[in-house]
Design a protein around this ligand. Structure first.
Ligand code: 3HC
Length: 315
């Protein structure tokens, strides 16, 4: 049996099982979503393309330059290699479902679902969606993986009809491993479809209002910031704060390890955006941009991705 046929048979079996268990029949997302376009081949976009392709969807991965795409595809190959050691995954067939392009239009026009995971900048996201709105099918859903912006702000440049189909699907790093996807700005049949899609790609959906940081980042960002201030005040060392949170609170990583993994610049820009303009958070001292972090960014100490952040990393 081909891998595709195996996956379809598995899906049918799952549906039948949930029917037999008396669970309410869930929308089959593959009836409405056949082709997914992911914008941004960075850590998040690449990870999203990977998990969506792993679940049997056809994916087009876009980025500006071929070198960004090549780097993204290499990360996907490495991740699939790691996963195939412990799960029944055939990296070749997953990779076959991912095509790549540097043409924004080409990626969008056959897509049933667009997921943007580009730079966390409101204007850049608005410009991308405005362009895609003109070429995408009317039924195509636009999803943003924003970590801090409001969906309704990102959707300001799209048509009225598309606004009603613009949502957040917020994934977590590393996407291949983290089970959660936050959904915001969706209701009714669209929400049901998105929940079914999230479950179909092996993740667990949670739903929240369209508010800055949704659930996880709204809690994580002030927590990380408090840890940084604790060290700046000289209350404890970086290493001891990380050890304390791993062993005392059972977190898989301490806050400094986590900030290094997600990117020092990413956390900084989230806080800056909130401090300077997010509704309800503007001027909130908890999010005041830190001079120490600005210095780290100037020195390119951004965490894992540059080999140095709060810790130093060798490949
Ligand atoms: N692809 C495939 N497999 C991976 C992987 C990847 N990208 N990353 C890790 N793994 C696998 C490893 O191979 C390993 O498998 P094994 O157990 O079979 O050997 C397993 O995951 C565990 O990895 P490690 O042994 O390397 O290390 P850990 O046990 O510490 O787990 C971790 C790593 C899963 C990252 C864990 O430390 C963790 O859950 N950390 C917290 C992550 C977190 O909080 N993420 C959210 C950040 S916020 C965010 O993303 C929002 C955004 O908007 C900023």
């Amino acid at each position: 049996m081909s891998t595709n046929a195996k996956e379809t048979a598995l899906r049918r079996q799952k549906q039948l099982l949930s029917h037999l268990k008396g669970e309410s029949a869930e929308t089959d997302p593959k009836e409405q979503i056949k082709q997914v376009a992911v914008y941004g081949a960075g850590i998040m976009g690449g990870g999203i393309a990977q998990v969506v392709a792993q679940a049997g969807y056809k994916v087009t991965l876009w980025d500006i330059q071929q070198s960004d795409i090549d780097r993204g595809m290499q990360t996907i190959r490495n991740s699939l290699e790691r996963l195939s050691k412990k799960q029944e995954i055939d990296p070749t067939s997953v990779l076959r479902r991912i095509s790549t392009t540097t043409s924004q239009i080409q990626a969008a026009h056959a897509a049933d679902l667009v997921i943007e995971a580009i730079v966390e900048d409101l204007k850049t996201k608005q410009q991308l969606l405005e362009r895609l709105d003109k070429v995408a099918k009317p039924s195509c859903i636009f999803a943003t993986n924003t970590s801090s912006l409001l969906v309704r702000d990102i959707a300001k440049t799209v048509s009225g009809a598309r606004k009603a189909r613009t949502v957040a699907l917020h994934f977590f790093n590393p996407v291949a491993i983290m089970q959660l996807v936050e959904i915001a700005n969706a209701d009714g049949a669209l929400l049901d479809l998105l929940k079914a899609f999230v479950r179909d790609i092996g993740k667990v959906p949670v739903v929240c209002r369209d508010t800055p940081g949704f659930i996880v980042n709204r809690l994580l960002v002030p927590y990380n910031n408090e840890a940084r201030q604790m060290v700046e005040r000289g209350d404890a060392s970086i290493e001891d704060v990380d050890t304390a949170m791993r062993l005392g609170a059972g977190y898989p990583m301490g806050p400094f390890e986590l900030m290094d993994m997600t990117g020092i610049d990413v956390g900084y820009h989230i806080m800056k955006g909130w401090y300077e303009g997010a509704s309800g958070l503007q001027g909130d001292p908890r999010f005041k941009p830190s001079k120490e972090v600005e210095q780290m960014i100037k020195k390119n100490h951004l965490g894992h991705k540059t080999g140095r952040g709060y810790y130093t990393y060798t490949k």
